[in-house]
Write a protein that binds this ligand. Structure first.
Ligand SMILES: [Cu+2]
Length: 362
């Protein structure tokens, strides 16, 4: 954040966004002044294929930008400022919205398609994605203990797929692992999953491909699967919630909910609210998520309520795991919220990847 933002006691998102437009002109000029050897180019599709290819943020040691030390302090600051002032950058497509269902004889029926498409992970930057219903992450499936659900999955991909319900206790033949519990779902086929949601299974879970999964999950075949408790008193109370799905594959490298800073989504809460954060790691690396300004109380791991909650300012979200943590929004302002493997979040070009901002407003 800029000095102005961090020292203003009542940062208001409109004011923060308002300064973005003013800075855009300066930032564009600064970029044009960058010396030779510093690549300020749009990523090609091939470049976007892996985190290692993030040269325009200097994400890793292979980057042309990082081996070039000829930027002045002012030039570095201008690039940093440009990124921050561009936040939140508008992009096409938003994943993770609730999936609608119909009811048939007391069963909640959901429809999913697995598709290949282009996904805009930052303004003007696209990746070859695989995803459910055309978005990354896939739509959120939200059910309640005691429900019975049916999910029709139609495979529009050029390769086979299957869905594993990660963390959800299902009958063996619904577990979604080709050749272990079911045949692969071939291109053009539809497979129907059906299972009851058991009591005691409430919490934050996920669904994802279990076929060619390094590629298929990396490209976006993943989503949140939230089980509400039948008895709400069995879970901690909160006012608002936000699900943060982390990934580190072909979708722009290090991403939050399918987008990379500055195109990540801000989280906005009112002063005094209790924010439930649901962290999900669908990637292959550990991502210690660090919130500035306020601690987080970890209340559940992999959906299961902890006997003793843990206070943390950094939650190590490991691959496959989910954490539920409550933030009491006691501090006004714009608070950085980012992965603390720093090469996933900030370089000599400023912030990128797994970074967002928690706005606490009056
Ligand atoms: Cu990380």
């Amino acid at each position: 954040m800029t000095t102005e933002d961090t020292t203003t006691p009542r940062v208001n998102r409109r004011r923060f966004a308002g300064s973005v437009a003013a800075m855009g002109v300066v930032a564009a000029g600064a970029a044009a002044l960058a010396p030779d050897g510093v690549r300020i180019v749009r990523e090609t599709k091939a470049d976007a294929a892996a985190p290692e290819a993030e040269h325009d943020h200097g994400g890793t040691t292979t980057s042309a930008a990082q081996t070039s030390n000829d930027m002045t302090a002012d030039e570095m600051d201008a690039m940093h400022e440009e990124g921050v002032k561009a936040f939140p950058q508008a992009t096409e497509g938003k994943g993770g919205m609730p999936l609608e269902y119909t009811e048939e004889d007391g069963v909640k029926v959901f429809n999913l398609t697995a598709d290949a498409f282009q996904w805009e992970f930052q303004a003007g930057k696209y990746a070859d994605a695989f995803g459910y219903n055309g978005v990354v992450p896939g739509p959120e499936i939200r059910v309640t203990e005691g429900d019975t659900i049916r999910v029709h999955l139609t495979n529009n991909l050029p390769e086979s797929t299957a869905i594993h319900w990660h963390g959800v206790m299902v009958p063996n033949n619904m577990d979604g692992v080709p050749f272990i519990t079911q045949p692969p779902i071939k291109p053009g086929e539809t497979f129907t999953y059906e299972f009851p949601i058991r009591e005691g299974n409430a919490g934050t879970h996920m669904y994802h491909s279990h076929n060619n999964s390094t590629e298929q999950v990396g490209k976006g075949l993943l989503g949140a699967f939230i089980i509400e408790p039948k008895d709400p008193s069995t879970r901690p109370e909160f006012d608002v919630e936000y699900t943060m799905i982390l990934n580190d594959g072909p979708i722009g490298g290090y991403s939050i909910n399918g987008k990379c800073f500055p195109a990540t989504e801000p989280i906005t809460v009112k002063l005094g609210q209790k924010l439930m954060m649901r962290f999900i790691n669908e990637g292959q690396m550990i991502h210690p998520m660090h919130l500035h300004g306020m601690p987080m109380k970890v209340v559940a791991e992999d959906g299961y309520i902890l006997d003793v909650p843990r206070m943390r300012d950094t939650i190590l979200v490991d691959p496959g795991s989910r954490y539920e943590a409550i933030v009491e929004a006691t501090e006004l302002g714009a608070w950085a919220f980012h992965c603390h493997v720093l090469s996933h979040a900030e370089s000599r070009h400023g912030m990128f990847g797994m970074v967002t901002v928690l706005f606490v407003e009056e």
